[in-house]
Design a protein around this ligand. Structure first.
Ligand code: NOJ
Length: 728
């Protein structure tokens, strides 16, 4: 009791002290100093956007720039911090932000790959590792987690998110937030998370980067909002407004998004930053006549910090003087920024994140590399395997494709401070494991272009071996920001070479590197096995080798649907039935294509293992429940193969009759179990009113009485069914 009282008193005192320190500062600050706190510029250390600004050091010195992105290393950031602390009137420390997206120096698989692990604990651990490494190098704040749900494979940034499912995306968003921020933001080994890109950035028309987004409020809330909300509710202290417009209003100045939903509904009290020149871009959107007006619109909508538009820097003072914006609004934005600085402990010790010793000793440690290896192994998805994998050690293998020996590629886009020369290539890792004499390598062809000059050598290599491992895919720079594609085929002449090699009759395993779902119809016909390895990060070469040779058992499951061809896009598991579902194959007037099936090549949730799993029937603790109740659904899963493996048991629901149309399959739970050969385990899921809640006809959120289908199984297209009802 005494202890609790003491804790409460200390907490109250701490909060009061924070408030008074921030309040005191706000009272002391001049208008220019306030504007400085609302301003973020890039340093010249790293470039992540279209424009640079010379003179940022001068701006810091003059108190006109309170926040920097793209500066790192303990020594560099310390030097800049010293300017802010020692040379400005109030000595307010700088806030350093950086895109630590899938690791800082130890690079993990790209985020879409990590999502394929469905292992939220391990994902949290990767964020933890990233925070430890980044915080030692002077970084306080990462622009992550990227919470954009997307069903658009043409869009390059599908690689940065967690795929197409709001439920899976939400669990990952929470995990990453917890990983970055830990329990205490003031701990020097934690960094602030930034929920981005708010909102619906993952739905650009035609998959073209930065393009228009438009959708119903219902679909926005149901499909795109959950991961942002989950991250906010997990305590993320910052949010980034997205570049796109939504319902005709750029998100950067959307009061509906930044104030009504984010702050009023979700209770967010942290800071909102624009995306890179997002404020200025409203002049191109055509909703602000100039950057000055855009700045006022953004602030009024609830945005606090201007990244790189220099809108507040150049124009805000004038707007204040002309009465175009209230000082109260400016002060509130300043407060939100200072509060985050305070929470990070920067007022207590502005240099606590600039620790050269820690930077040297806690970077790419054996533990961090082990986490990267585990994550890379867990993220790979075995899409097809006709007895080709695992390869027996000592088999004579032809390794083909320039990507097999280009480890720089494996880091993917947004590689932060990752070192492209560090990772071991797939080729070298295979040679290490399998013995050099058992490996023959041929470049074959590159990941783009029409050059076929290596074909003959590749075919010779294939002929001389017992089997072929062909590493193909996209160049890493073909996904990430500003990397939309108009088709989603495997580029260049790689598939042509694959088909020629397959025609030799040798077993062929394809290792695929990609930042998006690709259309793999030809590849799936030619290859006996396909392992989607995404961009697997620093430990990718070894991870892929372990998987190919069975030292690790593939367990990844697709977090995103792989279409048969681009014509199906968007195709995803969460689709609606339509009024004319395709129930009678061949019948013309039902929803289908004349020339291709409706089904994708690989469905959401799919992924093979070197063992096999068998599911029993679903059993329910009761077949109905009410507003205060719940039921439990259980199913037995047995490992029927001859080695241990991990299965991700997935639970989906379908609301048969509702006031608005409901998806045919909605993921509502998953659990990962590790089973020894022959072992069986019962997995249970709780179903309660929240499981079946949705945005109803009147735009209230909640359940409706009625009948539901329940599906539990291996993938969205491979489940056992049951049904239950809900009574109000
Ligand atoms: C633009 C990107 O959209 C965003 O994700 C990133 O955080 C900023 N640039 C800063 O690099």
């Amino acid at each position: 009791m005494k202890k609790t009282l003491l804790l409460i008193t200390t907490t109250i005192l701490a909060v009061a002290c924070t408030q008074s320190r921030v309040e005191k500062l706000v009272r002391q600050m001049t208008v220019d100093e306030k504007i400085g706190q609302l301003t973020m510029f890039t340093s010249d250390w790293s470039v992540t956007g279209p424009s640079m600004r010379p003179g940022f050091e001068k701006d810091i010195r003059e108190g006109r720039c309170g926040n920097l992105l793209n500066a790192y290393t303990a020594s560099y950031n310390r030097k800049l911090q010293e300017i802010a602390v020692n040379e400005t009137r109030l000595g307010i420390p700088l806030l350093f932000g950086y895109d630590v997206i899938h690791g800082f120096r130890t690079i993990f698989p790209i985020n879409l790959g990590m999502a394929a692990s469905w292992d939220t604990e391990l994902i949290q651990e990767t964020a933890r590792v990233a925070a430890v490494e980044a915080s030692a190098a002077g970084i306080h704040w990462t622009f992550s987690p990227m919470c954009d749900v997307s069903v658009e494979p043409r869009w390059g940034r599908v690689s940065e998110g967690s795929g197409e499912d709001p439920f899976l995306g939400s669990r990952i968003a929470e995990a990453m937030t917890r990983g970055y921020q830990g329990d205490d933001l003031a701990d020097p080994a934690t960094i602030a998370a930034c929920v981005k890109h708010f909102a619906a950035y993952g739905a650009p028309q035609a998959g073209r980067e930065y393009n228009t987004v438009d959708m119903s409020e219902r679909w926005l809330r149901e499909f795109y909002m959950p991961p942002y909300e989950a991250a906010v509710k997990a305590g993320a202290r910052t949010v980034m407004a997205s570049f796109n417009e939504l319902d005709g209003v750029p998100a950067t100045a959307s009061h509906h998004l930044l104030t009504e939903i984010l702050r009023d509904e979700w209770g967010f009290d942290g800071l909102v930053v624009s995306d890179y020149t997002g404020i200025m871009e409203m002049t191109f959107h055509g909703t602000a006549r100039d950057t000055c007006q855009a700045g006022v619109q953004a602030l009024e909508a609830g945005l606090d910090m201007d990244m790189m538009s220099a809108a507040f820097y150049n124009y805000l003072k004038g707007s204040i003087e002309r009465g175009e914006i209230k000082m109260k609004t400016v002060d509130e934005a300043v407060r939100r920024i200072l509060r985050v600085k305070e929470e990070l402990g920067l007022f207590d010790d502005p240099y606590r994140y600039c620790d050269e010793q820690r930077e040297a000793s806690q970077t790419m440690t054996p533990e961090h590399l082990a986490t990267a290896l585990k994550m890379a192994e867990e993220s790979a998805v075995l899409l097809k395997n006709e007895g080709v994998l695992p390869i027996k050690k000592g088999t004579k293998v032809a390794v083909i494709g320039t990507l097999a020996d280009d480890p720089n590629q494996y880091l993917g886009s947004w590689r932060a401070a990752g070192d492209g020369s560090y990772p071991q290539s797939i080729l070298y890792a295979i040679m290490d494991y399998n013995g050099e004499k058992n490996v023959v390598y041929a470049k074959g062809c590159r990941q783009f272009g029409e050059d076929r000059s290596g074909f003959a050598e590749a075919l010779r290599a294939a002929r001389s071996a017992e089997m072929v491992v062909m590493v193909i895919g996209e160049d890493y720079s073909w996904s990430g920001e500003a990397a939309s594609r108009s088709n989603i085929d495997v580029p260049g002449v790689q598939t042509e070479l694959l088909e020629k090699i397959a025609a030799l009759g040798k077993p062929v395993a394809v290792v695929l590197l990609s930042g998006r779902p690709l259309a793999l119809e030809r590849e799936s016909k030619a290859a006996g096995a396909i392992l989607e390895a995404w961009y697997p990060g620093t430990m990718g070469g070894k991870a892929v080798t372990n998987l190919l040779f069975g030292e690790a058992n593939p367990q990844g499951r697709l977090p995103v649907t792989f279409p048969l061809c681009l014509g199906q896009v968007p195709v995803y598991h969460y689709m609606k039935n339509t009024g004319r579902p395709y129930l009678h194959p061949g019948f013309k007037y039902e929803s289908h294509y004349l020339d291709i099936p409706n089904e994708p090549l690989y469905a959401f949730g799919e992924g093979l293992s070197y063992t096999s799993f068998e599911y029993g029937e679903v059993s329910l603790s009761a077949d109905s429940f009410g507003a205060k109740g719940s039921i439990t659904a259980s199913i037995e899963v047995r490992n029927t193969g001859d080695r241990a493996g991990v299965e991700t048991v997935q639970m989906y629901i379908h609301d048969r009759l509702a006031s608005v149309t409901r998806p045919v399959r909605q993921l509502k739970g998953f659990e990962q179990i590790s089973l020894q050969a022959g072992e069986a385990r019962t997995v249970s899921f709780t179903i309660d009113p929240e499981t079946i809640s949705f945005w109803r006809r009147d735009m209230t959120y909640g359940p409706e009485a009625g009948e539901f289908d329940l599906y539990i199984g291996h993938a969205s297209n491979d489940t056992k069914a049951a049904s239950f009802s809900y009574e109000d």
